[in-house]
Design a protein around this ligand. Structure first.
Ligand code: PLP
Length: 459
């Protein structure tokens, strides 16, 4: 039996789910033009599209919603959140915003000039987008271990520090606007970054006088991986590890919809640079709203300030990372190839290996995600060639480095039996993988097509 770490909570409110038949799901997915984003939530049994904003809040957070202070200026909920930022991260300044990409929208123009580079272990897609909006170029320098899905390596989210130094020397430090460490590294499969790597990257940033920003959406999961896997860290508290991680950077952007365990919210943190924080505040007012609410209701600020502390709880984190590991273990035992070791928030199934007969231009990741829905009512998401827009000049379809079907686990939402259902569904598909067909796109917009494209199964 695989090890399942029991929930450190019990359930006192339930949200009924609708059970559907395969025939009903066939009709629903056809109506959605075989696009998972066009599928109504009510037609999904287990929704693993994303772990963003899909968390279950605690009784303490719901109680906080009732005492949120809705003052336009100077809300007590704002001060509570600011105090939490100072206490948890050791940063003097905290600015709430409505979600992670809003933090990027506000902060990046303060750091990046036209023609500069942003260098990261891996830019998340909205992060990449906001670097582009500053007319700067995003460069990813993830450690090479990340590209081998089956290689057992504890910190596949790390930055390749040699490549970073070479890149800075080649382009000149003045042309690098910011270094961004994404913790955990979402696009590499929710893989963690080690303290040692953070320390090395910080030393390089200091040597060349470049601002170091943390993309902190999953900071607590990253801290727990450090506790579990890094030398001399097993006796340290999550709070202590978190403080050290953030001590290496100058600022952070955060989506509160992940480890903040809320449904909406985000943050910008600035360690001590008063000028930078003044710029952040000046940008926040026109883009997000007055500085003491930053695009959120007082109740949202209250829930986030409580959620950040709940995310540091070790029993919770052990259960949380244990869920992903448990699902990963039964899938591997059932012969499903996944990105391994499992990361913090999702299972990435290697669709190229499950469906070797479907070429990249017929979208194996998307084919697997669609069949998972048809088979078990489980909604995942393609992270492969289907997600990559065609070349704007030639119209050619690029081939993704990996063809993943991603299944994200929302926080505190699904039980062990739900995870077993997901595993059974995927293992059942493996046994008839030969019969699965690819897909073709019949309509697509110019950019970010995977959200709205229409597809048809191939005969
Ligand atoms: C989700 C996420 C973002 C963007 O946050 P939103 O709240 O979705 O706008 C940025 N970076 C990382 C690593 C994320 O996971």
């Amino acid at each position: 039996m695989s090890d399942y770490i029991a929930e450190p909570f019990r359930i006192k409110m339930v949200e009924p789910l609708r059970m559907t038949t395969r025939e009903e799901r066939e009709a629903a997915i056809e109506k959605a033009n075989y696009n998972m984003f066009a599928l109504p939530g009510k037609d999904v049994y287990i929704d693993l599209l994303t772990d963003s904003g899909t968390n279950a809040m605690s009784d303490a957070q719901w109680a906080g919603m009732m005492i949120g202070d809705e003052s336009y200026a100077g809300s007590s909920s704002y001060y509570k959140l600011r105090d939490a930022v100072q206490d948890i991260f050791g940063y003097r300044y905290g600015q709430p915003v409505h979600q992670g990409r809003a933090a990027e929208k506000v902060l990046f123009p303060c750091l990046l000039k036209e023609g500069q580079y942003s260098v990261s272990n891996t830019h998340f897609d909205t992060t990449r987008g906001h670097v582009g909006l500053c007319k700067a170029t995003p460069i990813d320098l993830v450690t090479k271990e990340a590209l081998d899905t089956e290689k057992d390596y504890p910190f596949k989210g790390n930055m390749d520090v040699d490549k970073l130094e070479n890149f800075i020397r080649e382009k000149g430090a003045d042309n690098i606007g910011v270094i961004i460490m994404t913790i955990t590294n979402n696009s590499a499969g929710g893989q963690p970054v080690s303290l040692a790597n953070m320390r090395q990257v910080a030393a390089v940033a200091r040597q060349y006088d470049i601002v170091l920003n943390i993309d902190a959406a999953r900071f607590a999961e990253n801290a727990m991986f450090i506790k579990q896997r890094e030398k001399d860290c097993e006796d340290r508290s999550i709070q202590d590890i978190t403080r050290e991680m953030f001590s290496y950077a100058d600022c952070f952007t955060m989506s509160g919809k992940k480890d903040g365990i809320v449904n909406i919210g985000g943050l910008i943190g600035v360690k001590e640079d008063e000028d930078l924080f003044t710029k952040v505040q000046s940008m926040t007012v026109p883009l997000e709203g007055f500085v003491t609410y930053g695009g959120l209701a007082g109740r949202d600020l209250e829930a986030l300030s409580i959620g950040l502390y709940e995310a540091l709880d070790e029993d919770y984190l052990e259960y949380r990372l244990g869920q992903i590991r448990y699902l990963g273990d039964i899938l591997r035992k059932g012969g499903i190839p996944i990105q391994y070791p499992t990361g913090g928030h999702a299972i990435f199934v290697d669709a190229r290996k499950v469906l070797p007969h479907i070429p990249f231009y017929e979208f194996p990741g998307q084919a697997l995600v669609i069949e998972t829905y048809l088979e078990g009512g489980v909604r995942g998401c393609d992270i492969g060639s289907y997600m990559l827009d065609p070349d704007p000049e030639t119209g050619e379809q690029p081939e993704a480095e990996m063809e993943f079907a991603r299944f994200c686990i929302p926080r505190r939402v699904y039980t062990q039996a739900h995870l077993d259902h997901i595993a059974r569904t995927l293992i059942a598909i493996k046994d008839k993988a030969d019969s699965l067909k690819g897909y073709r796109i019949v309509w697509q917009p110019k950019v970010l097509r995977h959200f709205t494209a229409k597809l048809q199964p191939l005969e």
